[in-house]
Design a protein around this ligand. Structure first.
Ligand SMILES: CC(C)(COP(=O)(O)OP(=O)(O)OC[C@H]1O[C@@H](n2cnc3c(N)ncnc32)[C@H](O)[C@@H]1OP(=O)(O)O)[C@@H](O)C(=O)NCCC(=O)NCCS
Length: 284
């Protein structure tokens, strides 16, 4: 089926609500979408120069993923030989891989859910998790305790350091997922949530947290970056963001000396940053 036909079918079955349960054609359409997601042929969001953020959200893909949850029944697996057992919707078991696919999944405590795309050359270090609808492009490293949330779009050669959390955005279906563009470096313990876009080559120092409600102080350009209306928080290309703090002057805050966490753009990527970022390339 062409992508356009698949889109029409998915939209139709999604809007049918609960009556779709048990419909074999709906299941076939969902399975076709899941295959297309895993092949990277269809994405929940994709680059689109004509859009204000540079990315277009494919709401129908998210509807298709939600359709998969609706069509799925609970199924148990594993648990043989005293191992841990699992129960989930049968439509989203863990993916299986072959050596030909060229993706390294180091043994131990990791899972990649069906409906997620991993490109050749991706390295997954346990324990880590990639959720449905996520798209992880070539050469990206997903380090221990990192989470790639549902529908998150991760570019090429992105470094997701240990315990980096990339939030999932499945609903509302037209909401933009978190997007990390090519060559972004996300330090250990970072959190990127609520549709934030991190442009190419940006660097988030360890411990940086970004959400829709977090203003980012760009001390290089003298601007404060915020999410506004339809626009998510956008970290500019090559920005180096570190966790900082700022004084609060409202209410009792000044008297009490209260300050709050704020991310700060201290510089734009330079040779020193390249050096700091290159350290772990030997892993590949
Ligand atoms: C951001 C990072 C890459 C450093 O980049 P860099 O370009 O070499 O940065 P610099 O050392 O030139 O620092 C620029 C400024 O930011 C400050 N800064 C750098 N890293 C910082 C951090 N993590 N927190 C707060 N401030 C930081 C520096 O003090 C400096 O400010 P100053 O000029 O006032 O002293 C590095 O700090 C980092 O966080 N790396 C990721 C580490 C990590 O998580 N590894 C993965 C383990 S799995």
């Amino acid at each position: 089926m062409t992508t356009e036909n698949l889109k029409t079918k998915i939209e139709e079955y999604f809007s049918a609500g609960a009556s779709v349960v048990g419909n074999r054609e709906a299941m076939a359409a969902f399975e076709e979408l899941r295959e297309a997601l895993e092949a990277g042929a269809v994405r929940s969001a994709e680059p689109d120069a004509a859009s204000a953020t540079g990315w277009r959200v494919n709401a129908w893909v998210k509807q298709g993923i939600l359709l998969g949850f609706r069509l799925g029944h609970l199924e148990a697996w594993g648990g043989n030989d005293g191992g841990l057992s699992f129960v989930d919707k049968h439509t989203f078991p863990a993916r299986t891989f072959t050596a030909d696919e060229g993706i390294r999944i180091v043994a131990g405590g990791s899972s990649v859910r069906r409906g997620a795309y991993l490109a050749k050359g991706v390295i997954c270090v346990p324990p880590m998790y990639v959720n449905v609808g996520a798209y992880v492009d070539e050469g990206t490293l997903v380090d221990s305790h990192a989470l790639v949330g549902s529908c998150a779009q991760i570019g090429k050669r992105v470094h997701l350091s240990a315990a980096a959390q990339v939030g999932g955005v499945l609903e509302p279906v037209n909401a933009s997922p978190v997007i990390l563009e090519d060559d972004a470096l996300v330090g250990g313990n970072c959190g990127v949530y609520e549709g934030t876009i991190v442009r190419r080559r940006a660097v988030l120092a360890a411990g940086t947290i970004l959400t829709r409600g977090t203003p980012v102080y760009d001390v290089v350009n003298g601007t404060v970056l915020r999410a506004e209306g339809e626009m998510p928080l956008i970290i500019p290309e090559g920005a180096v963001v570190v966790p900082g703090s700022r004084a609060v002057n409202k209410g009792k805050a000044a008297e009490w000396g209260v300050s709050v966490y704020t991310p700060v753009i201290v510089k734009y990527r330079d040779e020193k940053t390249e050096l700091s970022a290159a350290l772990e390339d030997i892993l590949r």
